[in-house]
Design a binder for this molecule. Structure first.
Ligand SMILES: Nc1ncnc2c1ncn2[C@@H]1O[C@H](COP(=O)(O)OP(=O)(O)OP(=O)(O)O)[C@@H](O)[C@H]1O
Ligand SMILES: [Mg+2]
Length: 213
């Protein structure tokens, strides 16, 4: 996660006192490696996704980002790509995905594209991400290199669930999962238990005096 290039009005030097200026670009590039992918921390539709091969290319792309918070990722030269549709944090459908195909051909119907070890790891990691984010609707994308899945896009809170993009077999699955989830939540009076304010308070140690001291 990089500091913004520019900030919206009202964010002043004092607001940014936890950041170091100037940015240590060589250290960042040493850590991430090249090529790298610069992209918005919360994006969609490949908007402002740039593969950079040098510091100069990184700066050029960064200078175009203005107030958008950007992330810099290691470029994963993947042999396999999986997009997981995630409903209710735990219900995961790992689908073979071709990001370079036209929209209606990206999801590939293939029930045998994962070996047991990779499938188990992907399910585990997707659930972990959803739980950490608290996302009940999400897609998590893994680029797989040398058999290792790297989560490269995992904050899609408004995923494309259009029947034009999703083959019927997956569209039916997602509608069924979402229906089951909202019906279960409705029966449980709406809010998931962990969102209840009392449950949050109960996780704290006892408070003494006015300031809890
Ligand atoms: N770290 C990375 N390594 C290799 N390729 C990447 C990486 N990050 C992104 N890409 C490529 O760029 C594409 C778009 O990136 P990403 O999914 O993060 O952007 P997006 O705007 O969320 O796109 P979408 O809405 O299609 O998911 C990916 O499908 C992948 O092909
Ligand atoms: Mg993506």
């Amino acid at each position: 996660m990089l500091p913004n290039h520019s900030y919206v009005e009202g964010v002043v030097d004092e607001s940014l006192r936890n950041l170091i200026y100037p940015i240590d670009w060589p250290e960042i590039v040493d850590y991430v490696g090249l090529p790298a992918v610069l992209k918005p921390h919360w994006g969609g539709g490949w908007k402002d996704v740039t593969v950079v091969y040098s510091l100069e290319e990184l700066w050029a792309a960064y200078n175009r980002s203005y107030t958008t918070t950007m992330i810099l990722q290691e470029y994963i030269a993947w042999e396999h790509y999986v997009r997981c549709i995630c409903i209710g944090q735990e219900r995961i459908m790992p689908i073979r995905y071709n990001p370079h195909a036209p929209f209606h051909e990206r999801y590939v119907v293939d029930h045998e594209h994962l070996n047991p070890e990779l499938g188990t790891r992907i399910l585990h990691d997707a659930r972990l991400i959803n739980r950490a984010m608290g996302y009940d609707m999400n897609t998590v994308e893994f680029a797989i290199r040398d058999g290792i899945p790297y989560a490269i896009d995992f904050m899609n809170t408004a995923p494309d669930f259009d029947p034009v993009s999703l083959p019927p077999i997956y569209f039916d699955w997602v509608v069924r999962q979402m229906a089951d989830l909202v019906i279960a939540r409705a029966h449980a009076h709406g809010a998931p238990p962990e969102a209840h304010w009392r449950a949050m308070m109960d996780t704290l140690p006892p408070a003494f005096g006015r300031n809890g001291a």
